[in-house]
Design a protein around this ligand. Structure first.
Ligand code: NAD
Length: 289
């Protein structure tokens, strides 16, 4: 099956490669002219999407998604399914879904979790919004690029699920780092804290599976000098999307707001593109205020 794939960056390139390796005829386009093994390089958006029953986008943000949608929709075949895997604001996802419907296309917003490692290994999780029919068409492709796809309801709900999940993740990471930094100053060693918390009511994915303290728990970016992993800049992006959405629907997210502020300061102060778990050395170096 011909698949038009737009956006061949850190995530898009391995996803397109996995689709090609599974036997699909993938035509990829990226403004920077990236070449991907097994993928036919298209010279334009039009060439990538022409006669393709499936079009996948993996782009940096909502503004670029809207721009690319304007470029591709006039050339897409009626009945084709547009699958956007980028993380974008809910409003852009719903706008692009509306435009696609008006052109006689099906669409799914399907942001992912699992990072670059998950994209390479084909183990991503897809959070999906769109009609049942669109999800059914996209599902076999999610099974190639990932290990789980959850249909969350109508257009935009995939993006809603993604920002809610990552708001919890950001808040929980900060809480985990605060507790470790406090334990340090109370003279409680990190391994003992981990042994207690990871089997008690304070347990979480950030403590148990992605511990921000080096040498504790399973291997994580903290064991690799906080090289991402999941970059703090991407966490900030998702927390700001959550704040934008919360404002739009008048939802109270006091800790989400605070987490966004903290990651904003972290990203501004730390010039290196560190993993989001580097919030631990950042907080450990500060005092109570
Ligand atoms: P990236 O910047 O590496 O890739 C984006 C690609 O889009 C780039 O290669 C860029 O050249 C291309 N692009 C930009 N404008 C374009 C245009 N007009 N036409 C065609 N191509 C264009 O980003 P990434 O890390 O691959 O992330 C992609 C999306 O996935 C983002 O929305 C990000 O938030 C989300 N995401 C990333 C991760 C991660 O760990 N990197 C994890 C989950 C979700």
């Amino acid at each position: 099956m011909k698949i038009g794939f737009i956006g061949l960056g850190n995530m898009g390139a391995p996803m397109a490669r996995n689709l090609a390796a599974a036997g699909h005829e993938v035509h990829g386009y990226d403004i920077t002219g990236i070449l991907v093994e097994g993928v036919t390089q298209a010279a334009t958006v039009e060439a990538a999407v022409k006669d393709a029953p499936i079009i996948i986008t993996m782009l940096p943000n909502g503004a670029i998604l809207r721009e690319v949608a304007d470029q591709l929709l006039p050339h897409a075949s009626k009945g084709a399914c547009l699958i956007d895997c980028s993380t974008v604001d809910v409003d852009s996802a719903r706008l692009v879904a509306d435009l696609a419907t008006k052109k006689g296309l099906l669409s799914v917003d399907a942001p992912v979790s699992g990072g670059i490692g998950g994209a390479e290994a084909g183990t991503l999780t897809f959070m999906c919004g769109g009609s049942k029919d669109a999800f059914a068409i996209a599902k076999p492709l999610f099974e190639i690029m990932g290990q789980k796809a959850v249909h969350c309801g109508e257009a935009g709900n995939g993006q809603a699920a993604k920002i809610c999940n990552n708001m919890i993740l950001g808040i929980t990471m900060i809480g985990t780092c605060e507790a470790i930094a406090l334990a340090d100053k109370l003279g409680l060693d990190r391994q003992s804290l981990f042994d207690v918390v990871s089997t008690s009511s304070g347990y979480s994915w950030t403590m148990n599976a992605y511990c921000p303290a080096p040498g504790i728990g399973p291997k994580s970016p903290s064991d690799n000098g906080y090289k991402p992993g999941f970059a703090a800049t991407l966490m900030l992006k998702d927390l700001l999307l959550a704040q934008q959405a919360a404002k739009g629907v008048d939802a109270a997210t006091p800790l989400g707001t605070h987490a966004a502020d903290l990651y904003q300061t972290f990203v501004t102060e730390d010039l290196d593109d560190l993993d989001f778990s580097a919030m631990l050395p950042y907080l450990a170096a500060k005092g109570h205020s």
